[in-house]
Ligand binder design. Structure first.
Ligand code: BGC
Length: 354
């Protein structure tokens, strides 16, 4: 175990065996109040321990008990999702006259990067960051030309940085040698009670969104942009997640893509999640144009999580900052094509408070 003591934020890492001949590590960032654990398997946040208003620490994200379990992370706990998060209709898109067929892994559609998306890869740890009042780790993955059907070699770097103000900054950087769609997110699921309460229906959610992308029965955008006003999707003011969660029987809860009004703002959060019982508050900031809210609708109580409890339906909520789903097939959606010579750069910050 390597232990690097920072002025305020410490960083340590431990080895957890290997997969495909590559070492699996758990990196821990600790600022004296909050501890974030990350494994290079899937570039995954495995735990975030934060204090409640009494100072009691709990892990507020869904995760497995051992890093090795992330090799079969079917619910995408905490991982980086890519190359393209969310769905691409039929797994098909065209760039110019060239047609592409991606792997299909969700009905007839491509979901979250395909059968072996970025969440299944053993990422390289390329550096540790040690600065005054912040510590972090940089991961890198080289996605080969044709992987899951995507064009071009793509080099992707993800940085996790914890600062002394209880903010976890995630930055994404990618370059490719052919035009390719890119949409990277982190798929952490939050339960601010640390799963002491097994459902998040009592949490309050506020979103910086007055519109959402309408979707069809297969969860693929129709192309229409609709207003949330007067619907159970109106989180423009804080609303109890449980109040509207039964209004979407086909989805079994919330699974919707909200368009952010102030994307890029470091002042106006994209999302604020809070739990009155523990006092914990999560604020999410991002430069991405949208956020997918998914309330763990298909969790079936068969996984015993890191906290010791079985994870059941509505056990947590994922707040996935991202571009609009299926953008490669909607010319009116914000561009998601990365061209050679350009860089994909994006950031999301999780801020923890009580
Ligand atoms: C998607 C859901 C999907 C889930 C899989 C979410 O990001 O929005 O539709 O079922 O990931 O865990």
């Amino acid at each position: 175990m390597l232990n690097i003591n920072q002025q305020q934020v410490t960083l340590s890492h431990t080895s957890h065996g290997s997969l495909y001949g590559k070492g699996i590590y758990l990196v821990t960032l600790n600022n004296g109040k909050i501890e974030v654990s990350i494994t290079n398997l899937g570039c995954t946040i495995t735990a975030i321990h934060t204090p409640d208003r009494e100072g009691a620490l709990a892990n507020i994200v869904a995760g497995y008990r051992h890093p090795g379990q992330y090799r079969q992370n079917d619910y995408y706990f905490g991982c980086v999702v890519g190359r393209y998060a969310n769905r691409i209709a039929g797994g098909k898109f065209a760039i110019g006259h060239e047609q592409y067929q991606l792997s299909v892994n969700n009905g007839t559609n491509h979901l979250h990067g395909g059968v072996e998306g970025f969440h299944t890869k053993v990422w390289a740890i390329t550096s540790f960051i040690r600065r005054e009042k912040e510590s972090g780790v940089m991961f890198e993955y080289l996605s080969p030309d044709g992987e899951e059907g995507y064009p071009g070699n793509m080099r992707v770097k993800v940085k996790y940085l914890l600062d002394s103000d209880n903010r976890l900054h995630i930055t994404y950087h990618a370059v490719a040698d052919k035009q390719t769609p890119v949409n990277l997110t982190n798929h952490s699921y939050f339960n601010l009670t640390g799963f002491d309460t097994p459902v998040i229906t009592g949490h309050l959610l506020q979103l910086d969104a007055v519109q959402y992308t309408e979707k069809n029965a297969e969860n693929v955008p129709t192309g229409n942009i609709l207003s949330v006003a007067g619907t159970p999707l109106d989180f423009s003011k804080p609303a109890r997640i449980g109040d509207g969660i039964d209004q979407f029987p086909a989805d079994r809860g919330y699974d919707h893509n909200f368009i952010l009004t102030h994307a890029g703002s470091k002042v106006i959060p994209a999302a604020i999640l809070s739990d009155a019982g523990t006092g914990r508050i999560l604020r999410v900031y991002t430069d991405k144009p949208a956020i997918q809210v998914y309330t763990a609708n298909w969790w079936d109580g068969t996984i015993r999580g890191q906290q010791g409890q079985m994870y059941g339906q509505h056990g947590a909520v994922a707040l996935e900052t991202q571009s609009f789903p299926d953008s490669p097939n909607h010319s009116r959606f914000p561009n998601t094509l990365l061209s050679p010579g350009q860089a994909y750069d994006s950031w999301t910050t999780f801020e923890f408070a009580v």
